[in-house]
Design a protein around this ligand. Structure first.
Ligand code: FS2
Ligand code: SF4
Length: 544
């Protein structure tokens, strides 16, 4: 196998025997095969679009399938076999429509690829293709590095686009971009600069995808407002909902209303409590249980109710608790029950069969809901606090959490940041410090939870609005970005920030393994992108 798409890749290089995430070489090969089939589908979809044929099914399928190959989403070989066959069926249905208009369908190797008839043969096909793909690195390792950056970034964009389309937000330009990038990923005639341009285009289109998702979330659930969330539990039956999918959370809340079951959020669903249409409509959305994804084996083990994974990050479940874990949407794992969101009866039955909490516990509260509308609603106060010197500097300390050592940096940094500075955060990286009592500056909380990693758009909008208020560009603001990355959405967000020309970003805990020294040097020279060092050193540099 060859996979280096996430931060925990083996030895900081590549997973080649078994995924550090738990992905098997067989599933890895099937994921690569699926991407290969999507590339053929994209070629045909572009041709179909040029003839005015509707390709909405193929567009949405492409987003969902790229999302399914993201780290910690789907570990099921059976699912990927079905996805490969569906990709071919969708491709062939477009070819028939093209031919029915009197045109020959595109005649390339990937558009004509024929999948084998059984799982073992499909795995072999995936491994052969992988070998061929890696072979490209021999021609120009820096271009290969950028192709990986583009593919991984595109997976992140697909995740955002998938969430947006679930909420009814579409964009034809975005779909065309997906297809164009996939259809041409094998191109041999482009220069390093041209691949770099495409890399930044991924960042540009990710901004569009995040904007769509922001519109989908706020139109459906209202603008988040600052909301205290209990970290304790109450007596009674319980369901724990993890992942990022607010629509799935709402469906679970709807179907559990009146059952007496309390619903708790886990991981990246903490910010759900800030959405008025969720919190106010469903009083049985009780509180938040647990922390970031890498702690789930311990936290799920002890949760006395049913557990639902709506998206990443799923870890291979332990035998001791796997019978109470359910998957939804693009998530899959062999042996876990996959449920349709239209009928969650098996989840409710499991929650009722399990003991639930038998004792109250009080673990205090945290406040979420400081998304762009809430922060910009008090923009004058914030601007005045900066002008008067009460706020010296803003830090955005956000991104992903992870299991590898070195991430205590983020806790230590936040604890060391002086009391006249404000810390904005988002993503599951916040769980390193989300319950710290940092106080406030003239009524402005020093720790502002902007939301999920899916809400990076909010952070960008806040930075742009502050820059306008101070009549400077974003790079001149008293603002430092200190990001933590783990998976491919973080790559997409980083590309967006680079596309926007944001300088001086610090990233950690390590640089992506898929960046060659030359590409990393190029990014560092152009954008002053740098690796984190120590909290003390970075803090001094940011405040200096
Ligand atoms: Fe965290 Fe995992 Fe949010 Fe990432 S729950 S690292 O894939 O999506 O952030
Ligand atoms: Fe390894 Fe990450 Fe790929 Fe999993 S997703 S196989 S941990 S690089």
């Amino acid at each position: 196998m060859f996979c280096n798409q996430c931060e925990q890749t083996t030895r900081g290089d590549v997973c080649y025997q078994w995924g550090a995430c738990g992905k098997s070489p067989e599933v890895d090969a099937l994921q690569d095969l699926l991407v290969h089939c999507l590339r053929g589908l994209s070629q045909v979809a572009l041709q179909a679009k040029s003839f005015g044929i509707t390709t909405r099914d193929q567009d949405e399928f492409t987003c969902e399938m790229l999302f399914s190959t993201l780290t910690n989403v789907n570990f099921s070989a059976d699912d990927f076999v079905a996805f490969v066959n569906r990709a071919i069926a969708l491709r062939e249905s477009l070819k028939l429509q093209i031919q029915a208009l009197g045109n020959p369908a595109i005649n390339s190797a990937i558009a004509n690829f024929q999948p084998a008839g059984d799982q073992q043969q499909l795995i072999k096909q995936g491994k052969d293709l992988e070998f061929e793909f890696i072979g490209q690195s021999a021609k120009n390792v820096d271009i290969f590095s950028l192709k990986l950056t583009i593919l991984y970034g595109l997976k992140g964009v697909a995740a955002y686009a998938f969430h947006a389309l679930e909420l009814g937000e579409h964009d034809e330009d975005l779909y065309v971009f997906f297809h164009e990038v996939l259809a041409n990923l094998d191109a041999q005639d482009k220069s390093l600069q041209e691949w770099l341009d495409i890399t930044l285009q991924v960042g540009k289109m990710n901004l569009k995808a995040m904007e769509l998702l922001d519109a989908g979330n706020t139109n459906t659930f209202g603008h988040p407002t600052p909301t205290p969330v209990t970290l304790g539990v109450t007596v009674g039956k319980a369901i724990l909902v993890s992942g990022h999918d607010l629509l799935h959370l709402r469906a679970i809340l709807e179907q559990t209303a009146g059952t007496g079951i309390k619903v708790y959020t886990h991981g990246e669903l903490l910010p759900a409590h800030g959405y008025p249409q969720l919190k106010q409509t469903y009083p049985h959305l009780y509180g938040h249980y647990g922390t970031a994804w890498q702690n789930q084996t311990h936290e799920f083990e002890h949760f006395p109710g049913a557990i639902v994974m709506t998206t990443n990050c799923l870890m291979p479940p332990h035998e001791t608790y796997k019978d109470k874990v359910f998957t939804l949407g693009p998530v899959g794992y062999p042996g876990l029950q996959h449920v349709s969101i239209r009928d969650i009866t098996p989840i409710i039955q499991k929650a009722l069969a399990l003991p639930g909490f038998v004792e109250e516990s009080d673990r205090g509260t945290v406040t979420t809901g400081f998304a762009r509308n809430a922060v910009l609603g008090v923009a004058d106060t914030v601007v005045n606090a900066v002008k008067s010197g009460n706020i010296r500097h803003f830090f955005l300390v956000g991104g992903c959490d992870g299991a590898k050592p070195g991430r205590n940096y983020y806790t230590d940094l936040v604890e060391t940041i002086p009391s006249d500075c404000v810390v904005m955060t988002l993503g599951c990286g916040k769980f390193r410090f989300f319950d710290k009592q940092l106080g406030d500056i003239g009524g402005i909380p020093r720790l502002l939870d902007l939301g999920q990693c899916n809400d990076a758009y909010s952070a960008i909008q806040i930075a742009v609005a502050l820059a306008q208020a101070f009549q400077v560009n974003v790079n001149q603001l008293p603002l430092s970005l200190v990001l933590s990355w783990y998976e491919q959405k973080a790559i997409a967000v980083l590309l967006t920030l680079l596309y926007l020309g944001i300088q001086n970003i610090r990233i950690g805990p390590t640089l992506p393994a898929f960046l060659t020294p030359n590409v990393a040097k190029l990014l560092s020279e152009t954008y002053n992108l740098k690796l984190i060092t120590t909290p003390e050193q970075d803090l001094a540099a940011c405040l200096g």
